[in-house]
Design a protein around this ligand. Structure first.
Ligand code: HEM
Length: 204
């Protein structure tokens, strides 16, 4: 074996023994370890503060947010007004859980996904979803007046819709998303009968 080969062999044999000593005593290594444990302590403290806060809120207010509503991510992300046809609006009736729930009042469309207990499948007011049932909002005829056809109603009756559009527009979880464009109502289409009149007639 040549001198050169002997020196190479000796150095490569010695290297693994010296390497751990250098690593252990390296100032850089000590800094990394201490900053890691610092981050760990910080995360642990933060976690404790959050858990304590959530527990306190739950005990005091029966909610995890001290009674404040959790922001609606759909509302936060909503940017642009949309325009739908009647058929497109019908797709947002709460049947497909991957889609938002929309309803419309006199052409104005609102996102009511935050109220699935009312507007979702099986909800008490699901018949309003995916359509413009402005007439039923006025008359309370939830079977026969699920239409935007307001013919035959007085100005004062139509004005009562403002309360509902205000309700949806100013709600902290529901919000206005755009418009629905309906096909024109045929002139010879019969005006929907008043379900309340039928009830009072049959009662007398
Ligand atoms: C024109 C008539 C009516 C209309 C248009 C109407 C509409 C609505 C709507 C849209 C909601 C859901 C509100 C939300 O999103 O937070 C609701 C909830 C409710 N409505 Fe009506 N409503 C009418 C009449 C009535 C009547 C006559 C009663 C009682 C006999 C009633 C009892 C309720 C109750 C109890 C809730 C809350 C449901 C719950 O907490 O699960 N509504 N109504």
């Amino acid at each position: 074996m040549s001198h050169l080969q002997q020196r190479k062999t000796a150095s490569s044999q010695g290297a693994p023994q010296q390497e751990p000593t250098f690593q252990r005593n390296s100032p850089r290594k000590r800094t990394t370890t201490s900053s890691t444990s610092g981050v760990g302590t910080f995360l642990l403290t933060l976690g404790l503060i959050i858990v304590t806060g959530l527990a306190t809120s739950w005990i005091v207010t029966d909610s995890l947010t001290f009674g404040y509503p959790i922001p609606n991510w759909r509302k936060l992300l909503h940017r642009h007004e949309i325009t739908l046809t009647t058929a497109e609006l019908a797709q947002y009736d709460g049947t497909d859980p991957s889609k938002p729930i929309y309803l419309a009042i006199n052409g104005k469309v609102y996102d009511v996904s935050a109220g699935p207990q009312y507007y979702g499948k099986g909800g008490g007011y699901n018949f309003f979803s995916g359509k413009d049932a402005a007439r039923a909002y006025i008359t309370g005829c939830f079977q026969t007046h699920l239409t935007h056809d307001l013919r035959g109603l007085s100005e004062a009756q139509i004005k009562t819709l403002d309360q509902w559009t205000d309700f949806y527009a100013k709600h902290d979880q529901y919000f206005y998303v755009g418009k629905v464009i309906h096909d024109p109502i045929p002139e010879d289409a019969p005006i929907p009968e008043d379900c309340n009149a039928q009830t009072s007639e049959s009662a007398s």
